[in-house]
Structure formats: C-alpha cells, structure tokens
Design a binder for this molecule. Structure first.
Ligand SMILES: [Zn+2]
Length: 163
C-alpha cells in the first residue's frame, strides 16, 4: 500500500513536469502471461493508436519488460480473480485516491461479449477496454463521464468501435 502511493505520486509529478511542452508519450507495457494470440495483441495495439488524439497523449507500446517507472502496465489475463464479478472486463489498481498505472484486462470475459470473437475483433475490444482504463489513469479519476471512451458498462458495439 505504502509503495503504491509513492509510485502514484511520482507519476503525477513527472506528468506535471512534462505538461510544460508537448504531452509526454504514455508508455504502455503489454504483459501476456496467459499467451493471448499475437494477432490479437497487434489488433489491440492498432486500436490504442487510434485514440491517441482523444486521450491527449501519444502512446508507445512495448512488450514485456517496462523501461520506465511511469509506464502503464497492461496484463492480459484470461479470467478475473474471484474478488471480481466474473464478467468484469478490466481492473486498475488504486492506492487511496491515486489511480496506479497497473491494469489487468480479462480477455475471456471480453471475447464472451462478441458474437464474432475473431482475433481482430478481440483485439479491438481489448484496445477499447485499455483505453477506458487509461482514461481513469490519465485523468486520475474513478468516475465515468458517460462518453464512449469512458462508459461504466461497455456494449458490444462500443467494444468494437474503431472510430
Ligand atoms: Zn471504469
């Protein structure tokens, strides 16, 4: 808990420093412990790139090890742990009021919402779920503004949106 708080505050300070010139890129680290297919990951990466403007920051994706302390870590996990409802799509860690750059995306729950869970469609859905969690982190808010980037509950149509 204590360590989490310190990391959260440090990330906030680095963002404040970078805000003086153009927005610093957000480094997104993909971790794939449950062997999600590569084509799906690439489709998720493309989907993320499409929302850069609307998130207000360029996004760089790396696989595996994170090069920077303030990188946003995305772990692709097959199923949510028992503390979450079984249909939850993603969860981001928090410490007190801080939203931490540490997200799990539950890819079987996402696939179950799609009538055609092709590799590409799954990747688009995962990219949109990551965007939702990234919004919480970048804005440092737990709230949902109801926009299509940040609805509390995503429909199949919103999951497959390619904007
Ligand atoms: Zn949310």
């Amino acid at each position: 808990m204590q360590t989490g708080l310190i990391i959260g505050l440090l990330a906030g300070m680095l963002h404040a420093a970078a805000a003086q010139d153009r927005p610093a890129p957000v480094i997104v680290c993909f971790k794939n412990p449950d062997a999600l297919k590569r084509d799906t990951l690439i489709s998720a990466e493309h989907t993320l790139r499409r929302v850069e403007k609307r998130l207000g920051a360029p996004i760089r994706t790396v696989y595996g090890e994170c090069p920077q302390i303030r990188a946003f870590v995305v772990g692709f996990v097959a199923n949510p742990p028992a503390i979450h409802p079984p249909d939850v799509l993603g969860a981001t860690r928090t410490a007190g009021d801080a939203i931490l750059p540490d997200t799990r995306i539950f890819f079987r729950a996402a696939a179950a919402m799609l009538r055609n869970p092709s590799d590409q469609n799954q990747g688009i859905a995962l990219g949109n779920i990551i965007t939702h969690e990234l919004y919480h982190y970048l804005k440092q808010t737990r709230h949902h503004d109801g926009s299509d980037l940040n609805c509390e509950f995503l429909t199949e149509r919103q999951l497959l949106a390619t904007r």
